[in-house]
Structure formats: structure tokens, C-alpha cells
Design a protein around this ligand. Structure first.
Ligand code: SF4
Length: 272
């Protein structure tokens, strides 16, 4: 497919931005733009305030924000919501970053494979951070994690979702992009070692054993689903157990907790 033309003037359905972050692309200082809209409604979503609605912002305003951060950052991260839902905006922001000599990272749920392909063909992306919400071979679990059947806004079928996420991961691996896969875990959502075993086994088939895989502690109190807000997050020990379930399949497994940050899991790491 021939690369499409990149846009210079565009509008962004804007959610928010962070002028300087060291968390959104670990190891790099980034300016982060959050774009509105998403085809999923994960019950545990923390960014649910920007899943819909409109706040249109001109490209000139985005440029101004990026120029202000430029002396302090090496990269632009485009997040959401689901940023690839806004093809022109994400392409325009990425081109703007390139013009300023900045790296481009995308946080994505992986479902808009064609948009990711276009960015890759135009050499507008360096790193992708893809959510793997459940096993990529279990459409039923995936559907539950993305709110299919519970939220009318979710119209993509779970089978299409898993197929697209698989394609996105394979494409990023084949094009040798920096890639990080992430699963957010909460009580009742991918909280059992067998859930993580299934996820890890499905990841290997897409991207091999060496792909970095992060199991993230979901923050229950800020969840979109009010019923989750009363629950306690999974503990570090529970995440360690989940991490241990992934290590027979994957060589680079980490857990992330609010208190301890990122910790690499070595094989059969003991739980205190
Ligand atoms: S993919 Fe899920 S968690 Fe991410 S922004 Fe969309 S609804 Fe929220």
C-alpha cells in the first residue's frame, strides 16, 4: 500500500496534555498528548472522561505546546483514549514531532491496524505501547475486558478486536519498532495465573519470547465502572504471582505497582 500524504494543518479532538513526563515512555522525557474517543469501554478505564465528547483544537495550538516542551524532552507520546481513532490528527502530531527532531511513541489498544501501518510506512513512529487486555486467542475474554455487550458504544466484535491486535503486534515486531506490551490487572480482570499464562502464550506466537511484557496494577478507585471503585487493587505479591506465570513463556516480564514502580521478574521469583 502506498504511504498516504501527511497533513500539516489538522484539528485534534483534544483530551489533555502533560508538558513533561518521564513515565509515559520509560527512560525518556516526553510531552504527552491525550486524544479523545475510543472504540472500547474497558470497565476499569482510568481515562473515561475523554472517551467521548468534543474539544477541537487547531494544529497551531498543538505546535505551540510542543515547542514549549521541546527544550526539555526527547519524545512525543500520543495517548488517549485511543489516539489511532483520529488518523489525521495522530499523523499530523507525529509529523510535527519529526520536524522538531523528536521521537514518536504511541499508546494504543492495537485495534486500528491500518492506521498504525500508515504511520510505519511514513516512518512516523518509533515506539508502540500496546495493550493486551486478555489472551489473543480468547475472543470471549477479550470482549469482557473491552466492555462488549455491556456498553453500546463498543461495536467492534471481540474476534475482530483480537485479530487486529495480533496484526498490530506482528507488524510492529516485523518493522523492528521499540515495542512494549501491557496488561492491566484488577480484581476479577485477568487476576489469575492461568489468565496470564494464556496471555503470555498467545503473545509468544505473535512476537516471540523476547518482547517486553508488563503486568500493571490497575487503580480500582478511578475506574469507569463504579462497582470497581470500592475494591482494593491487587497487591504486589499477587502481581508477582502473575509475573511468575508469564516467565515460562516470555523472557522480559515486569510488574508495575504504584508503590514499587517497575520490577523485573526473574524465573520463579518468590513471593514474600
Ligand atoms: S482501550 Fe480501554 S482503557 Fe484504554 S482508553 Fe479505551 S476504554 Fe480506556
Amino acid at each position: 500500500m502506498a504511504p498516504r500524504t501527511c497533513v500539516k494543518d489538522f484539528e485534534v479532538n483534544f483530551g489533555d496534555y502533560v508538558p513533561l513526563s518521564t513515565l509515559d515512555w520509560p527512560g525518556k522525557a516526553s510531552v504527552v498528548f491525550f486524544l479523545r474517543d475510543c472504540p472500547f469501554r474497558c470497565p476499569y478505564c482510568q481515562n473515561y472522561s475523554i472517551l467521548n465528547g468534543y474539544e477541537l483544537v487547531e494544529s497551531s495550538q498543538i505546535r505551540q505546546l510542543m515547542e514549549t516542551s521541546r527544550p526539555f524532552v526527547s519524545s512525543v507520546v500520543i495517548s488517549g483514549g485511543e489516539p489511532l481513532q483520529q488518523e489525521k490528527a495522530v499523523s499530523g502530531i507525529a509529523q510535527m514531532a519529526r520536524d522538531m527532531g523528536l521521537l514518536v511513541g504511541i499508546h494504543t489498544n492495537g485495534v486500528h491496524t491500518d492506521v498504525l501501518e500508515d504511520l510505519i510506512e511514513n516512518e512516523l513512529v518509533d515506539g508502540v505501547f500496546i495493550d493486551v487486555k486478555a489472551s489473543l486467542e480468547n475472543a470471549e475474554d477479550y470482549g469482557r475486558m473491552i466492555g462488549y455487550g455491556s456498553y453500546p458504544a463498543v461495536t467492534i466484535s471481540p474476534l475482530d478486536a483480537v485479530n487486529n491486535v495480533q496484526r498490530s503486534i506482528k507488524m510492529a515486531a516485523e518493522n523492528k519498532l521499540l515495542q512494549e506490551l501491557r496488561t492491566t490487572v484488577l480484581p476479577g480482570f485477568m487476576d489469575k495465573p492461568e489468565d496470564i499464562e494464556s496471555i503470555a502464550s498467545s503473545i509468544v506466537k505473535c512476537a516471540g519470547r523476547d518482547i517486553p511484557y508488563f503486568i500493571q496494577q490497575g487503580e480500582t478507585e478511578h475506574s469507569m465502572d463504579r462497582n470497581l471503585r470500592e475494591l482494593s487493587p491487587l497487591s504486589r505479591d499477587e502481581l508477582l504471582s502473575l509475573g511468575n506465570a508469564a516467565t515460562p513463556f516470555l523472557n522480559n516480564v515486569c510488574i508495575r505497582t504504584g508503590k514499587n514502580g517497575t520490577e523485573k521478574i526473574t524465573s520463579n521469583q518468590s513471593v514474600a
